[in-house]
Design a protein around this ligand. Structure first.
Ligand code: AGP
Length: 609
């Protein structure tokens, strides 16, 4: 399960602290939610299938109070979103309450053992085995009970429990799923990520993997699974509440699309100095080490994989290093041939994607250097990599990734120029030419964002479409894939992205007078080839919606609709071309009345395999 968990003990109104935290954690999963508090030796539980707003309504109708509590917002894997599968889950005597983020892979065998001992299971979840295992050892105390059972679990998890027998403490444990905590003189809290506790604490502790945490009013002790104490230094929380607030925008996705000029400016300010590129100390690789690299394997998922695809084209073009791009869920199991001078790059916005973490560990197990492009500092991928390049997109809350994508590509572009300069394939003149083009990006993105109303008008013609095709070539093959993914994710329209050169090898059969086809054809070395593909679409009565360079009358003449983007060099075009596609998907989804920020069946960070 990819969920958000939270816990609080202290003097504040616990249910509003938990609910407030769950609102900010909801992007992690939102098909059911609940909380449990202890008051007067009793568990007070409120839980509902459906969006968090329904839990808020329930608590308004039937308030629950107490000094200590835990909460949960769910993305179901085992057991569909219905009342009995909703967390918090309880033991047979309803004295212990549990919330979990993760998957317990050996739950079936554990469940058989526990049922044989007489335990009654109320849910179809994999998680419920945890609370019954704790119940088995509860006579030794809650902390000992947790310590005694964690090693029986396989899978990845972060969970928190409270017990009416020890109403002053929350016990939590973490294995390969994110968890932070914090405390001050009379309160303490834990959550799946900082956004859960950001309104109470400005410092947090990153809980190391395989830890058991005990929270009481004003204290937090962290031990490993052998009960050895771990001293963790607090770190300042960089994210501010306003950063994770929609402001005047109706959706986080739209806010994040419109933040892209500022994000690009920040990256340019940070990475370009005196006509050279600086990668920052966190890369933790010397120029000599970078020079020695003979091969790069990029591994990532979803939108980050699409950015990796553009990265391959950029690194090979400027640094002449053989570069491959792998989907992490395939890379982790394919036993890739990886020799000593290969560097593995992980790309991840959240830094918590389970398959990408596994790919990273696979590379490290083969003694390879891992450099990660990651947006969330202090995330698992950030902490487990040898070096990191910060994506610097700022908090991204909308499930459909937008600003992180263009920021990933811009960082990969600067990284490839740095490598190219280092390895003598890029001259100083060529470098400064590219850097001056890059410095135009924020303004160019502003120009495209001003076309928002035109793109909305185009969307009005297609929000009832059943299928969409996206076509691109070269640097914009990835743009076609990304445009299709955005539309799929938030509008639920079946959309496919293709390398346009592949059309004649099959997909062209899909084209008819009802098929909208987004054709990405800004100025590039493959412009004429792409133009011919658009002609092939027109010849089969398809409906071309083209992304073209400003003033490209030729492509506009054969297109039903066209969005003109500022003239730019082709290496920058995947950053600019994708923005009309982000807006097209956004408007089609809102015209369909869908919840753009919480699309069905998805979650922002895929923390399970
Ligand atoms: C993109 O909009 C999706 N949210 C999803 O494909 C995402 O890109 C993928 O899960 C990878 O996430 P990461 O970048 O946080 O690792």
């Amino acid at each position: 399960m990819m969920c958000g968990i939270i816990g609080y003990v202290g003097p504040r109104d616990v249910s509003s602290v938990l609910l407030g935290g769950l609102w900010r954690l909801e992007y992690r999963g939102y098909d059911s939610s609940g909380l449990a508090l202890i008051s007067n030796g009793e568990l007070g539980i409120r839980k509902v299938p459906g969006k968090l707003s329904e839990l808020a309504e329930l608590i308004k109708r039937s308030p629950v109070t107490g000094q200590i509590g835990i909460g949960h917002t769910r993305w179901a894997t085992h057991g569909c979103p219905q009342e009995n599968n909703t967390h918090p889950l309880v033991d047979c005597n309803e004295e212990i309450a549990l919330v979990v983020n993760g998957i317990i892979e050996n739950y079936l065998s554990l469940k058989d053992e526990l049922e044989a001992k007489g335990h009654i299971f109320r849910s179809l979840t994999d998680s419920e085995v945890i609370v019954h295992l704790i119940e088995e050892g509860i006579n030794k105390g809650l902390s000992e009970a947790v310590k005694g059972m964690v090693k029986k679990l396989t899978g990845n998890y972060a969970f928190a429990v409270i017990s009416t027998k020890e109403p002053d403490k929350i016990i939590a444990a973490r294995h390969d799923a994110p968890l932070i905590c914090s405390f001050s003189k009379d309160e303490a809290a834990l959550a799946s990520d900082v956004s859960g506790v950001i309104t109470i604490f400005d410092e947090v502790l990153d809980i190391p993997n395989d830890s058991i945490v005990t929270l009481t009013k004003g204290s937090c002790s962290i031990r490993d699974f052998e009960a050895t104490e771990r001293k963790i230094l607090p770190r300042k929380v960089a994210v501010k509440v306003k950063d994770i607030d929609k402001g005047d925008f109706s959706h986080f996705m739209l806010k994040e699309i419109f933040e892209q000029p500022e994000v690009a400016s920040n990256i340019i300010k940070e990475r370009i100095q005196d006509d050279s590129v600086r990668l920052g100390s966190e890369i933790n690789l010397t120029d000599d080490e970078l020079k020695k690299i003979s091969r790069i394997v990029i591994q990532a998922c979803g939108t980050s994989w699409h950015a990796g695809l553009v990265g391959k084209y950029l690194v090979e073009r400027f640094a002449r290093i053989h570069t491959e791009v792998d989907i992490s869920s395939e890379f982790r199991y394919r036993d890739a041939v990886l020799d000593g001078d290969t560097m593995v790059m992980a790309i991840s916005q959240s830094g918590e994607t389970a398959d990408t973490i596994a790919g990273l560990r696979e590379a490290k197990a083969k003694f390879l250097k891992v450099l990660s492009l990651v947006n969330v500092a202090h995330s698992s991928i950030y902490r487990e990599s040898d070096g990191t390049l910060a994506i610097m997109a700022g908090p991204e809350i909308g499930v459909a990734s937008t600003k992180a994508y263009t920021a990933e590509i811009l960082n990969l572009y600067l990284f490839s120029l740095y490598l190219g300069r280092l390895r003598g394939f890029v001259s100083n003149e060529e470098l400064s030419k590219h850097l001056s083009e890059i410095k135009k990006i924020p303004e160019q993105v502003e120009i495209i964002l001003n076309l928002d109303n035109w793109i909305k008008d185009i969307a009005k013609n297609f929000y009832n479409a059943r299928d969409f095709l996206f076509l691109g070539r070269g640097f914009n093959y990835a743009t076609a894939l990304e445009g299709a993914l955005k539309l799929k994710e938030i509008s639920y329209i079946h959309a496919t992205g293709y390398a346009a050169g592949e059309m004649k090898h099959g997909p062209i059969a899909l084209i008819d007078e009802k098929m909208p086809i987004v054709c990405i054809n800004p100025k590039s070395i493959v412009y004429e080839k792409m133009f011919s593909n658009i002609q092939e679409v027109v010849a089969r009565k398809g409906i071309p919606i083209s992304i073209v360079t400003d003033g490209d009358e030729k492509t506009m003449a054969v297109s039903k609709y066209a969005v003109q983007i500022p003239d730019c060099i082709e290496h920058i075009s995947p950053i600019l071309s994708v923005i009309p596609l982000q807006l097209l998907a956004y408007h089609i989804a809102t015209l369909k009345g869908l919840d753009v920020d919480r699309p069905r069946n998805l979650a922002k960070s895929v923390t399970v395999e």
